[in-house]
Design a protein around this ligand. Structure first.
Ligand code: ADP
Ligand code: MG
Length: 225
């Protein structure tokens, strides 16, 4: 589903440019759960951001379903993301002024779906993650685990093909983290999604089809189950 072909990312700086990714080559199979491991600063978030089209590589090629993304402009990337890619982050990235239901509905509204329909879909997605009783809550009134469930519902509601999760349990206690991990892996299997998760969690590795370990901006190991 996704192929990286010698992808490098250098963050420019007048005196100290940072090489965040050095000629990364990898393949993510459709429907697979891939775990991305490695110490802080090794380039995991950069890799996920490139995969989600939030940033572009300095060199190399990224293929999405066999098609090069090199020619996509911002608008085309946004359309691809809204159609096919859900993203989940360590700090949830919910909008604080919007209720849980409004947060989940927003990406659907942004891609032009009728408001009434987006509200229904958001409610259904929140019920799926066990938050049917929290529709009208603002993020500030929710626990960390609940906020991450809202973020999962938001990603899930667009019916993505690819789910990118950047340390989704990194800011949660271990019990809540385990619940979020279970929810994510169950949802992705049910929906036949492709999941790429950056994590330090040992538990996540037990569920993974593929484990990619990074070190110093490079892949040091790829293990396939
Ligand atoms: P990880 O997610 O594995 O902790 P990151 O991808 O966030 O790693 O960062 C990889 C390297 O790139 C780090 O050295 C980080 O400081 C640097 N970096 C990340 N984002 C930027 C940016 N926007 N500008 C400059 N350097 C960055
Ligand atoms: Mg990171």
């Amino acid at each position: 589903m996704i192929v990286f072909n010698k992808v490098s990312k250098i963050y420019p700086h007048p005196t100290h440019p940072v090489t965040a990714l050095k000629e990364i080559s990898l393949t993510i199979e459709k429907g697979a759960f891939t775990v991305l491991m490695g110490p802080s600063g090794c380039g995991k978030s950069t890799l996920l951001n490139l995969m989600g089209g939030l940033d572009t590589p300095t060199s190399g090629e990224i293929l999405f379903n066999g098609q090069s993304t090199a020619g996509l402009n911002d608008r085309e990337w946004t359309a691809l993301r809204r159609a096919d890619i859900g993203m989940i982050f360590q700090f949830f990235n919910l909008l604080p002024m919007l209720t849980a239901q409004e947060n989940v509905a927003l990406p659907l509204l942004l891609r032009g779906e009728p408001a009434a329909e987006t509200r229904k879909k958001a409610e259904a997605a929140l019920k799926t993650v066990g938050l049917g009783h929290r529709l009208d809550h603002l993020p500030g009134k929710l626990s960390g685990g609940e906020m991450q469930r809202v973020a999962i519902a938001r990603a899930d509601a667009i019916s993505p093909k690819l789910l990118l999760a950047d340390e989704p349990t990194g800011n949660l206690d271990s019990k809540t983290g385990q619940e979020i991990l279970d929810l994510l892996t169950t949802r992705t299997k049910e929906a036949g999604l492709t999941l790429l998760m950056a994590t330090h969690s040992q538990e996540a590795m037990a569920y993974a089809d593929q484990i990619i370990t990074m070190k110093d901006s490079e892949i040091s190991r790829i293990e396939t189950r």
